[in-house]
Design a protein around this ligand. Sequence first.
Ligand SMILES: [Zn+2]
Length: 286
Amino acid sequence: MPELPEVESLRRDLAATLTGKAFTSIDVRLAKQVVAPTGLSTDDLIGRRIEGVRRRAKFLIFDLSDGLALVMHLRLAGQLVHRDAEGTTLAEGGHPVPAYGAPLPHKSTHVIFHFDDGGVLYLTDIRQFGRVWILPEDGVQPLLDQAKLGPEPLDPAFTVDVLRERLARRHRMPLKPVLLDQHVVGGIGNIYADEIIFESKLTPSTRVGELDDAALLRLHAAIQHILGRAVREGVAEILNGKASPTRDFPRVHGRAGQPCPVCGTLVTKAQFAGRGTYTCPSCQPA
Ligand SMILES: [Zn+2]
């Protein structure tokens, strides 16, 4: 599943390659992926320019000329690829199907946006949970409000006190599922939850009510450090639906049986709350 760093890095790339482009046609091959209120359809996009691309948690928001907006969520396995008129990839992100650089469109490419410079944006989604909303600009905030998203972890307003307050409502729950809960903090998924817990020297099963002030400070710093690093340095590479640590990041996720980068103990993998979970038994003692 694309996580906050992937969506943020995709946002930056698409903002650079799509801003100023106008839609010329839209080919919807799977109707359920496009949602529009009564009276709006993909026809209303034609001729409108993309004025900017924003992000809130894992939602991408394309602000369009003349008061419309396009909102996208890639959910479990969506992928966006922007190619120029010659077919060269300008920007891509999300879950590569079947692999990076695949010929497009293919049978899992469900929405295709054409632009006035000949460029094309492909939405490919093998699981079909991704969504595209066509909305008046004042419909964007109500859509985001419905999702009841937690605070943006990379925003300066996300302080230790904000984190403490979000965790207090779930004090009996173990740390990992709390970090994965989009109502607590927006945008953390399975890979970065493992990295954040490792960096904090906590364990996935620590009850959040048992975190003392020092642990909370470490956890808060780790959330910002790990997500910030992932956005800056490029995201975890995904191959065959699994994070593939071809570089030194992620440090524990996807590295079962490899030495911990801090202490050399072998990283272990276990199922926790239904998710493959990687830890260092020495750095993260129970
Ligand atoms: Zn270790």
